[in-house]
Design a protein around this ligand. Structure first.
Ligand code: PHE
Length: 375
């Protein structure tokens, strides 16, 4: 057999394998399972696992079971990109759930577009993730233009704060974008920005910037970074005698990790996020029970968003009877009024969901519901 015919035979066999009845439908996941953002990927993986197990118990997709290939992005965009390549080229998954972080998701987008494999991000909130990511990139969460405005309005109108300092992680698309929206809205609502400082992911000594900030006497410091940085920043701020109110975004959501890292320094701090276990709605309470029964703890926003992202993807796989590619892309794009545990999900032409945000406050280390902000 000539070389090209051998390849053809291999390709046909691969296709036959993939489509054979009973053969598992492969779903990929990329998330940080190690590194400073490990908490994001671990929560998401549990949510995705629960959704897949429930779907398998209900007959899978077109009579085939679902199976998961989860890879570790190690909290690095370049690792997220190579995991995406491995999933679409080697494993030939039909769908990818991930990444959590905006920069990592942006790094994966070219691989998804080239292979025409849909990706659903549970939690990447930077607007560019979908606008630049292309037609195969979706998300089941709100975007930072909404979250930043909601949090700025909360800071100005509810907390009546007026002198703002902002501390941005320049290495994170999420942090840079969210800082900008918040700042603009805070100014528009009559507040003043007294300090704008930055750091780069991986820094651990924030004393110089915090000392400069202290001299400007801010009422509030907005820290649109991840919990892994917000915890040490808060600690060092308090050590330096900076008593300002601390504010953050969804990157602080970490199932207790922020309180562990920040200790008393984060007590009383506020942040916006996607999900509150205090929601009494029956589907949310049922999910909480199922998650706790399976993993021995309650989900945070990442667990809930991972569950919703996977369920939206599985519903679309069912609609196409397990066919991927352009058909699956179209089925995901047609998602309307999907009842998620993080809210109702309708994917618009921009492939984003429009959903409420919740503001929580850390009280004795526990995120406690303060208010819901409607889109
Ligand atoms: N929204 C963050 C980003 O885009 C990721 C994140 C979402 C983190 C939800 C925690 C909870 O990078």
């Amino acid at each position: 057999m000539g070389r090209s015919r051998t390849w053809l035979a291999v390709a046909c066999m691969a296709l036959a394998c993939q489509r054979a009845p009973g053969q598992a439908v492969l779903i990929g996941m990329v998330g940080s399972l190690t590194g400073p953002e490990a908490h994001f990927g671990l929560g998401t993986r549990d949510g995705v696992t629960l959704a897949m197990e429930e779907a398998n118990a209900a007959g899978g997709v077109a009579g085939r079971p679902l199976a998961l290939r989860a890879y570790d992005a190690q909290s690095k965009p370049e690792e997220a990109a190579s995991a995406a390549m491995r999933l679409v080229l080697q494993d030939k998954v039909l769908l990818v759930i991930g990444e959590n972080a905006s920069s990592n998701t942006l790094a994966m987008a070219p691989a998804m577009a080239a292979a025409q494999v849909p990706l659903i991000s549970p939690s990447a909130t930077n607007p560019r993730v979908t606008s630049e990511g292309g037609p195969y990139v979706f998300r089941v969460c709100f975007v930072d233009s909404f979250q930043g405005e909601a949090m700025a309005a909360f800071a100005r109108r509810t907390l009546k704060l007026s002198r703002l300092a902002v501390l941005t992680d320049v290495k994170s698309d999420y942090s840079v974008g969210l800082a900008e929206v918040f700042r603009r809205r805070f100014l528009a609502l009559g507040g003043t920005v007294v300090a704008e400082e930055s750091y780069a992911k991986g820094d651990s000594d924030f004393r110089a910037v915090l000392t400069r900030m202290k001299a400007k006497r801010p009422d509030a410091i907005f820290i649109p970074g991840y919990y892994s940085d917000a915890g040490p920043i808060a600690r060092q701020a308090r050590e330096l005698g900076l008593e300002s109110v601390l504010l953050g975004g969804d990157g602080w959501d970490s199932g207790g990790k922020l309180a562990e890292l920040g200790g008393a320094a984060v007590e009383g701090a506020y942040y916006s996020t996607h999900f509150s276990p205090d929601n009494p709605a029956a589907p949310v309470q049922r999910f909480l029970q199922a998650y706790r029964a399976r993993f021995g703890r309650l989900p945070d926003a990442l667990g809930a968003l991972g569950y919703d992202a996977a369920r939206v993807g599985i519903a679309a796989l069912r609609a196409t009877a397990g066919v991927g590619g352009a058909a699956l892309q179209a089925a995901i794009a047609a998602t309307r009024d999907f009842d998620g545990v993080t809210g109702r999900i309708t994917l618009g032409a921009d492939r984003n969901a429009v959903k409420s945000a919740v503001v929580v406050r850390l009280v004795r280390g526990e995120p406690t519901f303060v208010s819901e902000v409607l889109p």
